[in-house]
Design a protein around this ligand. Structure first.
Ligand SMILES: CC(C)(COP(=O)(O)OP(=O)(O)OC[C@H]1O[C@@H](n2cnc3c(N)ncnc32)[C@H](O)[C@@H]1OP(=O)(O)O)[C@@H](O)C(=O)NCCC(=O)NCCS
Length: 235
């Protein structure tokens, strides 16, 4: 025969339980207040600092650093054309220059775009890309690099450019129309129109042949060409 046992908890366990519930409620309240505050900042940002044509979409979970936060930050533009998209977890910063998305341009999940940057009509930046028209100065080794100011040079991405996931595009780079940047590339120099580039540093791997209307492989670079004997790498 089974017997039902009455379990009694010590008072301290009850207290612990109540504390946990109170802590959860406080945490939830704090999160709600924080979300409302961030939502209001976002709304203010959208209304006062973003030039938008419609339809265009900015994820609520994108971070827009467009309100100047330091005395040396000038007010710059975040301008979105029609059918543009900034997906969630993106960061767009205009503290050092304008970020302009022409009609149909988009910035994929998790990407970071630091102005000055122009993304041309219909160009797509895939997931987790880093595009920066700004870089810290570091010439004076007696000073922390953060106190040496920044260099800026606009990144210009032409029309109908596809930037593969996890790519990095550094300041001053200009990418010609109808080009493709391979996934994981680091682009440090200009890319001609109708080219596919890939690698780190990115090199041309294909060019479009307008006569045959086909992309043709370019074999000017192989990673193995770059490997130097160990003796040359040591001072
Ligand atoms: C760049 C890309 C479009 C090229 O595709 P493709 O024309 O089919 O290229 P191929 O497969 O013919 O590759 C040609 C050569 O380039 C190399 N290559 C291709 N993509 C490369 C990349 N991202 N990085 C380094 N090398 C790459 C290949 O290894 C191959 O070299 P090999 O001939 O010496 O073997 C494609 O590889 C790519 O990176 N796509 C991006 C995918 C992406 O980011 N998707 C996000 C979803 S929106």
């Amino acid at each position: 025969m089974k017997t039902i046992q009455h379990i009694t908890y010590p008072i301290s366990e009850h207290t612990g339980c109540v504390c946990a519930v109170v802590k959860s409620i406080l945490g939830l309240t704090r999160d709600i207040v924080k979300s409302i505050y961030l939502g209001m900042i976002q709304l203010l940002t959208w209304l006062a600092y973003v030039e938008r044509e419609f339809p265009s979409s900015i994820s609520l979970r994108a971070r827009l650093d467009v309100i100047p936060r330091a005395p040396h930050h000038e007010r710059h533009r975040l301008s979105l054309g029609r059918n543009t998209l900034i997906e969630s977890l993106c960061v767009v910063c205009t503290w050092h220059g304008d970020v302009i998305l022409e009609d149909g341009a988009s910035i994929g999940i998790g990407s970071i775009v630091i102005g000055p940057v122009l993304i041309g009509e219909g160009s797509v930046c895939s997931q987790n890309c880093f595009i920066s028209g700004q870089s810290h100065r570091y010439e004076d080794v007696s000073k922390n690099f953060l106190r040496q100011g920044v260099n800026t040079e606009q990144v210009v991405i032409g029309k109908n450019v596809w930037i593969g996931a996890n790519s990095v595009i550094l300041l001053g780079v200009k990418i010609g129309n109808n080009s493709v940047i391979g996934a994981g590339s680091t682009v440090v120099e200009d890319v001609p129109a109708y080219s596919v580039v890939a690698g780190n540093p990115a090199k041309i791997i294909k060019r479009y042949d307008s006569e045959t209307k086909q992309w043709k492989r370019v074999r000017t670079y192989r990673p193995s060409d770059k490997i130097k004997p160990y003796s040359q790498l040591v001072d």
